[in-house]
Design a protein around this ligand. Structure first.
Ligand code: MN
Length: 199
């Protein structure tokens, strides 16, 4: 059994003007594909072959750096494509909105906190909305780490993630990471984020 690069549920141009088609195409067919291939190579013919990605990540401190970097890259991008949609944007509703209000005070306060986490992550990494037993929390991780990993400062289940590696925005936004972060709110697939929150 090996890990497979998923297909996107929308075209590369579907998220324009917020995320451009060329960036989406390179991000999926080059970056995500490379993480997937390198993960398969890293686990091939080892005791790790056959483990689910979640099982690999939860004990990541026991595995080589190549599994951490590529396993994280594989999982994180799988999530990233799903939490975006050409029909996205707006605000969440229902239980997710209640949890956001209860954890952060308001949707606007959450939006400000998440945007700040994404903007201030130094170098390459991710911003996260994380589900814990006690509620929701915002975090960020370096490189391709994520909250499922035993090495993460903030552990839990990621329900929303934003890739702030330069490869995610540089073609269209160059050094303007805050503009890319602001645009992301227009494409968030809150139905999918809610589904992950309820699971
Ligand atoms: Mn990426």
């Amino acid at each position: 059994m090996s890990f497979k690069l998923p297909s996107l549920k929308y075209s590369y141009a579907a998220l324009e003007p917020h995320i451009d088609a060329r960036t989406m195409e390179i991000h999926h067919t080059k970056h995500h594909a490379a993480y997937t291939n390198n993960l398969n190579s890293a686990v091939e013919n080892t005791g790790m072959a056959g483990l689910s990605i979640e099982d690999l990540l939860k004990d990541i401190s026991k595995h080589p750096a190549g599994v951490r970097n590529n396993g994280g890259g594989f999982y994180n991008h799988n999530l990233f494509w799903e939490v975006m949609s050409p029909d996205g944007g707006g605000e969440p509703s229902g239980k997710l909105l209640e949890a956001i209000n209860s954890s952060f005070g308001s949707f606007d306060a959450f939006k400000e906190g998440f945007s700040k986490a994404a903007a201030t992550r130094f170098g390459s990494g991710w911003a996260w909305l994380v589900k814990q037993d006690s509620g929701l929390i915002i975090s960020s991780t370096p490189n391709q780490d994520n909250p499922l990993m035993d090495v993460a400062d903030v552990k839990g289940v990621p329900v929303l993630g934003l890739d702030v590696w330069e490869h995610a925005y540089y073609l269209n936004y160059q050094n303007r990471r805050p503009d890319y972060i602001a645009a992301f709110w227009n494409v968030i697939n809150w139905d999918e984020v809610s589904r992950r929150f309820r699971e």
